[in-house]
Design a protein around this ligand. Structure first.
Ligand code: FAD
Ligand code: PYC
Length: 414
């Protein structure tokens, strides 16, 4: 595939942009592959990419029931940070954050990584203590965060009212190199690089069954027929328990809707990402000028890819105390995704009871930030059978009571 470059843009400008190639091929599936990944979200595509790049495995198909990036990857609020509390989490999220720093160059695709800084507001004394603890843990883990006082918060985000009547801002956990990236571009960049390595991305192809022979995976039944494989990676987020059931095992997780909304575009007003976990909302400004807003999950299980209406009102109402200017903005659109939430709010990157089948799921409300690190570790697990990045995230931890409790650092009170 031809490289994207300033020279290519200039060349195409002189010939009516006739020379651009399709970013990825759309082939018919082959009869079998060395590895099949189910789910062309960010995690599935990143897994395929690192299988090829790091382990030389390119006879790979990524199978997607809809369009690539159309699941949670294309529906999230794009916050990237690695300020988690537990060591295994800090390791994988920081690996991901550091890969984001150079992902555009690595993929030759502009993913618009914007390390504009993330502040998690402390609005109760309990939160102050919690974030001081996280800042200290992060210092030991080599993650660059620090606790800042309310005056520094105000300096970084002048539009904020720090003297709110219910929840005044007491300070915040600040990660200067956290930020955002363009979510679809992350999926598109990985997809293009995978296709360039000769991998097949098969969209509009639903996996309807997992064929298991003698306890080992043999392939998948799909809406385009049977596809054989030696190794299978299930990376289907909110549909993970559905896929696991096809293979005959259960996963300790729930699927719930999480939603977000954007305002009308306004002039630049805020160049930091802010999460307000006590009042339960988070906010950033997109390059288009929209205020990007998210809240909590629905409190019942479903697969509808839309959220309950009352959440919109609750989220905006909660944020207005701290961001009074929001009250004067019109909200433009709202959407939802189905996220896969585990009991300890940490993901599952694991072998399964089916030989040759692996699951990468449970990223819940916070997996966009993890995509490069997750793909890196899961590819290693699939290729070699073990990975230092994923070793603590096996599904057996729920049977053994070895939880990686991130219910606080996972952010908003999801
Ligand atoms: P997905 O992108 O959902 O991909 C899974 C794919 O599997 C889908 O495309 C689906 O169609 C496909 N699939 C499912 N079943 C089948 C089947 N049977 N056959 C074939 N294909 C199938 N995370 C952050 O880090 N920061 C944030 O700010 C953030 N905000 C969020 C806001 C919202 C509103 C939502 C919904 C999520 C948010 N997240 C955030 C979470 C993040 O989006 C997810 O954790 C992440 O995108 C999961 O990626 P994935 O590749 O695992 O899943
Ligand atoms: O994990 O940072 C996060 C997040 C923000 C919004 C949803 N999840």
């Amino acid at each position: 595939m031809r490289k994207y470059s300033a020279f290519a843009i200039a060349r195409e400008a002189f010939r009516h942009h006739d020379g651009w190639e399709r970013a990825w091929r759309s082939p018919a599936p082959k009869a079998s592959y060395d590895a099949v990944i189910v789910g062309a979200g960010g995690h599935g595509l990143a897994t395929a990419y690192y299988l090829g790049k790091n382990h030389g495995l390119t006879n790979v198909a990524v199978i997607e029931k809809g369009w690539l990036g159309g699941g949670n990857t294309g529906r999230n609020t794009t916050i990237i940070r690695s300020n988690y509390l537990q060591d295994p989490s800090a390791a994988i999220y920081e690996k991901a954050r550091s890969l984001y720093e150079t992902l555009s160059q690595d993929l030759n695709y502009n993913v618009m990584f914007s390390p504009r800084g993330v502040i998690m507001l402390a609005q109760t004394h309990h939160e102050v203590r919690g974030y001081l603890r996280t800042a200290q843990a992060n210092a030991l883990q080599g993650v660059d965060t620090r606790f800042i006082d309310k005056h520094e918060v105000k300096k970084l985000v002048p539009i904020m009212n720090i003297e709110g009547p219910r929840y005044p801002v007491l300070g915040g956990l600040y990660q200067p190199r956290g930020g955002t990236a363009r979510h679809d571009a992350v999926a598109w960049g990985y997809a293009r690089a995978c296709s360039d390595m000769g991998m097949d991305i098969i969209q509009q192809c639903e996996v309807t069954g997992v064929r298991v022979e003698g306890g080992a995976v043999a392939g998948v039944e799909t809406s385009k027929g049977f596809i054989g494989c030696k190794k299978l990676g299930g990376v289907v987020a909110g549909h993970s328990s559905v896929l696991a059931e096809m293979a005959g095992f259960r996963l300790p997780m729930e699927s719930v809707a999480l939603q977000a909304l954007v305002s009308e575009p306004i002039k630049p007003a805020m160049d930091v990402v802010v999460m307000a976990n006590t009042v339960h909302g988070y906010l950033s400004q997109s390059d288009k000028g929209e205020m990007v807003i998210g809240g909590g999950t629905d409190s019942y299980n479903n697969y509808t890819q839309r959220g309950s209406f009352h959440h919109i009102e609750e989220t905006v109402r909660a944020l207005i105390e701290t961001f009074p200017m929001l009250s004067r903005l019109k909200m433009l659109r709202q959407w939802g995704g189905i996220v896969d939430v585990t009991g300890d709010r940490s993901p599952i990157l694991s072998k399964t009871p089916v030989e040759g089948m692996f699951m990468n799921c449970g990223w819940g409300t916070g997996g966009f930030k993890a995509i490069p690190g997750s793909g890196w570790g899961f590819a290693e697990l699939m290729a070699k059978g073990h990975s230092p990045l994923t070793s603590e995230f096996g599904m057996e931890r729920f049977r053994e009571g070895r939880f990686i409790d991130e219910s606080v650092a996972a952010g908003v009170a999801h």
